[in-house]
Design a protein around this ligand. Sequence first.
Ligand code: SME
Length: 152
Amino acid sequence: MTTAADPALLTDIRAAIAAAPDATTAMAEAVALLKGRLPYYSWAGIYLLEGDTLVLGPYLGKPSPHTRIPLGRGICGAAATEKATIIVDDVHADARYLACSIETRSEIVVPILDGARVLGEIDIDSDQHAAFGPDDRTLLEQVAATLAERLR
Ligand code: SME
């Protein structure tokens, strides 16, 4: 079984992003590889920052009611505002959390940065408690850096 620490996963994601004909396809390929290879990634998506609003782009998983998130709201808004990765082990214990699915237990949000400018973010939900650790952070921050080159 693949883990977030498997170097082949990052290699494959980087190759798919490089081969994609446009930025939207690059995002969709990255989402598909992440969710497809890591079974505890129950929902995977990318939001793009448009003005002061995060707008949902490619995703896989149940449809989210949160297709547009103002910067001041949610764990997504917090990660974009802080320009830093946020890991939440128990979403129900975090007052910022905007519910996407009742099954979701934990979440990681990783900003896609071009220097100090926020382009968007990668958002992953898991149905498992405390699903995300240092290997997920490292993987997703590297994917975000690779995507930034296609989005800026
Ligand atoms: N949980 C996020 C909202 C997005 S859905 O999970 C897809 C948040 O709190 O910002």
